[in-house]
Design a protein around this ligand. Structure first.
Ligand SMILES: [Zn+2]
Length: 391
């Protein structure tokens, strides 16, 4: 999507600064005018970790006016594998403060504001309000929903990303131009199923790939150059060097950016992402699945139908044309690697509960074209294969 430049006022640059940023100025699309926009921009980066490190370094090198760094953690040895702001001498020091020093070594023109605290519903508006846009380098769902919501309320672009192992994804959410994070993920994933880089690992250079894409989006928003990822999620798989874009629509029923929002102020995000929460993830009806299978039989449609139940359930009754990948194998073993990211996937279980859970989990892991059979195989035998209705 093309948008007008976010920054409308220009910084005045000295001859020395123009020389410093000359490789930007030389780009016809950027030029001196857009460098002056960049040099007048104020960007908040949440998290100075695997994503935050390259984000902050590239923004500082690009010559932004001000960087906000929000991080309450200290550097530990395991961070050094990817958090390139830090070195051996940084171990045990506050990340945000240490990041500030490194940024000013790189570019003393950049004003750095340190928020050595956790961003919460209590302080979020105060932290975010003076910045032009927010870039998310955090690694947890409570922070993502909080940042989304505060950016909706304050009308700021929110550049989101998530990374895990060899995969990453990102998008730009901005209510007035497109969907928000809640339109993409109405519900957080099941808490006991959340995988983090701390438990599952992450490839160092992949962090830089995604962070660099986030910075590019920020520079494009600031200058209005090119098309930004509003209404699209870009996913990247390092193992096969594959980039994919998937369209995301604004949800008219979104609880925060829809027509009748039920969330009108910041909520308790720890609780929202906690273990007890309502589920609402509609899937497809049995009749629709029947039509899809008929089309697939005629080679008019390609999708994968996955039975996620247990073996004894499968032996009792199954939908013809489905493959069997057990739910626990998807969560705990390598079952997830058997599910394709580049085609539509329909999951089913007995009644629709387990398939909702697995769908939610897969969506948060970059499987954006996954849906499930509402009411499970019970509704299938009631509505389609009625002769099997004894199941
Ligand atoms: Zn929304």
């Amino acid at each position: 999507m093309k948008i007008k430049p976010l920054i409308t006022e220009f910084a005045s640059l000295s001859i020395k600064e123009i020389k410093r940023y000359s490789r930007h100025v030389l780009l016809p699309e950027i030029g001196l005018e857009n460098q002056k926009r960049i040099s007048n921009s104020k960007i908040l980066v949440i998290g100075a970790g695997g994503l935050g490190s390259p984000i902050l370094l590239y923004l500082a090198a690009s010559g932004v006016k001000e960087l906000g760094i929000c991080d309450f953690d200290v550097v530990d040895e395991t961070n050094l594998q990817r958090q390139i702001l830090f070195n051996n001498q940084s171990i045990g020091k506050d990340k945000a403060q240490e990041a500030k020093e490194k940024i000013n070594e790189l570019n003393p023109n950049v004003k750095v504001t340190v928020f050595n605290e956790m961003i919460t519903s209590k302080n979020a508006e105060k932290i975010v309000k003076d910045f032009d846009l927010v870039i998310d380098g955090s690694d947890n769902f409570a922070t993502r929903y909080l940042l989304n919501d505060v950016c909706v309320f304050l009308d700021k672009p929110y550049i989101w990303a998530s990374i895990y192992r060899f995969d990453g994804q990102l998008s730009v959410f901005w209510k007035k131009h497109g969907p928000c994070y809640r339109c993409l993920h109405p519900e957080p994933p099941p808490t006991n199923m959340v995988q983090t880089c701390a438990s599952g690992g992450v490839l160092a250079s992949m962090c830089a790939t995604i962070a660099s894409l986030q910075v590019t989006q920020a520079l494009q928003l600031i200058t209005g150059v090119g098309d930004v990822l509003i209404g699209q999620v870009l996913s990247y798989s390092a193992l096969d060097a594959n980039f994919r874009k998937v369209k995301v629509d604004k949800d008219p029923d979104c609880v925060i950016c829809g027509k009748n929002p039920s969330i009108t102020s910041l909520i308790d995000y720890e609780q929202f992402c906690g273990p007890v929460k309502p589920r609402k993830d509609p899937g497809i009806k049995a009749i629709e699945l029947k039509q899809m299978l008929d089309k697939r039989n005629k080679n008019e449609l390609d999708f994968l139908l996955v039975d996620i139940r247990e073996v004894p359930e499968k032996n009792l009754v199954e939908i013809e044309g489905s493959v069997f990948i057990n739910r626990d194998d998807i969560f705990a073993n390598d079952g997830i690697s058997l599910i394709p990211k580049d085609k539509q996937v329909v999951l089913y279980c007995r009644s629709g509960n387990r398939s909702t859970e697995v769908m939610n989990y897969l969506k948060h892991n970059g499987f954006l074209e996954v849906t499930h059979l509402e009411g499970g195989i019970i509704s299938w035998v009631q509505e389609v294969e009625t002769h099997k209705a004894s199941y």
